[in-house]
Write a protein that binds this ligand. Structure first.
Ligand code: CP3
Length: 359
């Protein structure tokens, strides 16, 4: 046991050390599927007000831990805090997702961007990290996070969510030098942001490359992968047992598993388009793997959920020489607002029960 943590399964799994059972946390574990989250959000008035008020961010971060025996907390915030702090003006149009008042549309817009100051413009994030660490009392580790340079660039150039990524792909084709400049400033900002969260108390760090999978292999290797690798290389995070592990999560990243496993990150998060047996074989023990249950499994019955959890756990072990070491259980993407908290409880319980009984 780590001296400051009562439950260090996640840290041990990310170091590929033995654990009593497989650790589990869930992307979007704090969110609209929980009635207590909806109540806090109603009190705050909006998602952004909640994310920008450390006391409320702390409150919703802790809500899923009060219900389920999860092995980690994840900072309640958003990946779009960085472009917001760069001056793009983040807002949420009701029912439409995130949008920017001043999207990046030209090389001149890109030239004006700079790395925000972490303890002024993004102080509310660091204050939330400090408060959550205090309120966790060492029960479980706290995960800090950032968007990837490419995924942030998608929102910055598209001005919000996108169906076909027409604007950023046009920029990649017509002015790749400008896009590389945008990705470079995003990378500097991501490294500073993760370092500041670590200094404020985050014990694990995750980068979300949600949209890397919309790129062709050649474009992924030009516009996403090198910047993920630069983060893994340059982010200062200590050595040995004191090292703060970094997880690179990406949707559609299975074709690049070997390259991600060689990036220097401690963990790679995968979605459900790849079997964990294949993923574990290809990672060759170079990183821990996180994932990868299809979130839609939560629409199934409790019996179906248990069967899918067991199959995911056993697939990892089959590809990892029969051992469960180095597996962090998660979904392949986030929980959705219409999912049942009761079904989430079944999932979490089964991960612990099945992995303890047969490891
Ligand atoms: O996982 C957690 O519990 C931590 C909190 C978290 C949120 N966003 C809260 C949130 C995390 C890690 C994120 C990351 C994030 N934000 C990503 C990467 C992960 C992913 O989902 O692929 C992306 C692409 C975003 C951008 C973003 N923020 C979108 C597309 C949306 C709208 C989606 C929706 O469900 O409406 C948001 C808003 C958002 N971020 C919500 C939450 C809980 C919903 C806000 C609400 O209450 O209305």
């Amino acid at each position: 046991m780590s001296p400051t943590l009562q439950n260090d399964r996640l840290l041990r799994a990310l170091r590929r050390e033995p654990v009593d059972c497989t650790p589990v946390w869930l992307m979007r574990q704090a969110g609209r599927y929980l009635p207590e989250y909806r109540a806090t959000r109603a009190r705050a008035g909006s998602f952004l007000a909640m994310a920008k008020t450390p006391e409320l961010a702390c409150e919703v971060t802790l809500q899923p831990l009060a219900r389920f025996p999860l092995d980690a907390a994840i900072l309640f915030s958003d990946i779009l805090t960085i472009p917001d702090a760069m001056g793009l003006g983040l807002y949420f149009a009701e029912g439409e997702g995130p949008k920017f008042e001043r999207p990046v549309r030209s090389a001149a817009d890109i030239a004006r961007l700079g790395v925000p100051d972490m303890e002024t413009e993004l102080r509310y994030v660091m204050d939330a990290v400090r408060l959550i660490r205090r309120e966790l009392h060492g029960r479980v580790p706290l995960i800090g996070f950032s968007g990837s340079p490419w995924t942030l660039a998608c929102y910055m150039v598209e001005g919000g969510g996108s169906e076909n990524f027409a604007k950023i792909k046009a920029l990649a084709l017509n002015d790749p030098v400008a896009l590389h400049r945008l990705l470079a400033v995003n990378t500097d900002a991501v490294i500073a942001y993760l370092a500041a969260q670590r200094a404020a108390g985050a014990q694990v760090l995750q980068v979300f490359d949600t949209w890397g999978g919309v790129l062709s292999p050649a474009m992924y290797r030009e516009f996403s992968l090198p910047y993920l690798a630069r983060i893994a290389r340059e982010l200062e995070r200590g050595e040995g047992a004191a090292r703060t592990p970094l997880i690179l999560f990406g949707r559609g990243n299975a074709p690049y598993l070997e390259e991600l496993a060689a990036s220097g990150a401690e963990g790679v998060g995968v979605d459900w388009l790849v079997g964990l047996d294949e993923a574990a074989r290809r990672a060759q023990g170079r990183v821990a793997l996180q994932g990868n249950l299809d979130p839609a499994v939560l629409y199934g019955s409790p019996e179906a959920i248990r069967a899918s959890v067991r199959a995911t756990l056993d697939a990892y072990a089959a590809g990892n020489g029969g051992s469960r070491e180095g597996h962090v259980f998660n979904l392949g993407h986030g929980l959705a607002p219409d999912m049942s908290p009761g079904h989430v409880a079944v999932l979490v319980e089964e991960v612990h029960a099945w992995s303890a009984r047969t490891s």
